[in-house]
Design a protein around this ligand. Structure first.
Ligand SMILES: *Cc1c(COP(=O)(O)O)cnc(C)c1O
Length: 334
């Protein structure tokens, strides 16, 4: 744990400046309904549409020595972040994905100049290709969350929040592998231990929540969810993000698919923002009364890289089917 200090986050802030810049913190139209000021940290305004650029840039620009290139296995925002960061540094990037990856996600990463390698039928098989690239071609793997440089990069959001609004009472952080919540928790609690930092996950397949309950990293079955960017495990050999979440999060709250669906509508109709399901979980928790605001509250709008067909279906109140899960639609009603 000693390697995690606020200094590391400040160093990340310097390193990523000019590539992954600070984002605005704006008031939400939902404040009145919640009875307390709600502020939105617009990470959707990052050049890749998600906060993951911060950690990826800090990791990629922190590599020293002869770097042949970077690689990772990600179908989503981490892959975009690594691709963007590598291009900014003039490095080769190879992003590995399984055959099940939707075409739009493959295209998104290709557009950022990375090589995409489509391998196997699962993330695990794609991960084997990452290991091969590291071994045979000398590429460096950039992990999505369990990495000190990535965590420090995501932690810069916490520093910005505290600088913008030292009076914040609560910060809500969408939680998956815990790189974001761990980094933000570390930064915020070091600056002001009285600020409440709450992680929010979906109630189906929340690996960090299950691990915190068990007291050690555990596996969960991955199931379809509107919050698809929050899926996946934390790694049974987790070295950093589990301990940070355990030490710095006050609580982890879980939300249902219906609550996420409604929150995506609220964020769209009230704040007029398009966001992913994984990004809407904090508003979902507030709307469901699972987090009670006590004062100025901020949440991180983590990403907007949603399939626009799915988003259109949600805002028009249609049913959404994801694998064996159907979320019953309903027209927006505040
Ligand atoms: C990755 C991601 C998260 C969660 O970040 P972790 O560091 O894995 O906890 C939240 N929202 C979006 C949109 C993401 O892409």
């Amino acid at each position: 744990m000693t390697e995690f200090t606020l200094d590391r986050v400040f160093a990340a802030q310097k390193r990523i400046a000019g590539i992954a810049d600070g984002t605005p913190l704006v008031p939400s139209a939902l404040s009145a309904r919640l009875g307390h000021e709600l502020l939105l940290k617009l990470e959707i305004a990052q050049p890749i549409g998600a906060f993951k650029l911060r950690g990826a840039v800090n990791a990629v620009f922190g590599l020293t020595g002869g770097v042949a290139g970077v690689t990772c296995c990600s179908t989503g925002n981490h892959g975009r972040g690594v691709a963007y960061a590598a291009r900014a540094r003039g490095l080769r990037a190879v992003i590995c994905m399984s055959h099940l990856t939707p075409e739009a996600k493959v295209a998104g990463v290709c557009a950022l100049g990375a090589e995409v390698r489509i391998i196997g039928k699962s993330q695990d098989e794609a991960q084997l290709e990452v290991a091969r690239l590291v071994r045979d071609e000398g590429l460096t793997e950039v992990p999505p969350f369990d990495d000190p440089a990535v965590i420090a990069g995501q932690g810069t959001i916490g520093v910005e929040l505290m600088a913008a609004r030292p009076d914040l009472d609560t910060i809500l952080v969408p939680l998956s592998g815990g790189g974001l919540a761990g980094g933000v928790g570390l930064a915020v609690k070091t600056i002001n231990p009285r600020v409440r930092v709450i992680g929010i996950s979906m109630d189906r397949g929340a690996a960090m929540f299950a691990s915190l309950q068990a007291g050690h990293p555990v596996e969960v079955t991955e199931v379809p969810s509107l919050a698809d960017s929050l899926g996946g495990g934390i790694g049974l050999d987790n070295r950093h993000s589990f301990a940070l979440c355990r030490d710095y999060l006050d609580e982890v709250v879980l939300v249902t698919e219906d609550e996420i669906y409604h929150a995506m509508q609220s964020i769209y109709y009230e704040d007029r923002i398009v966001c992913e399901g994984g990004c809407a979980v904090s508003v979902a928790a507030l709307e469901a009364g699972k987090v009670t605001p006590r004062g100025p509250t901020a949440t991180i709008l983590t990403g907007r890289n949603i399939d626009m067909g799915q988003h259109a279906a949600i805002i028009s109140g249609q049913d959404v089917t994801l694998g064996d899960l159907t979320i019953k639609g309903s027209a927006y009603a505040p």
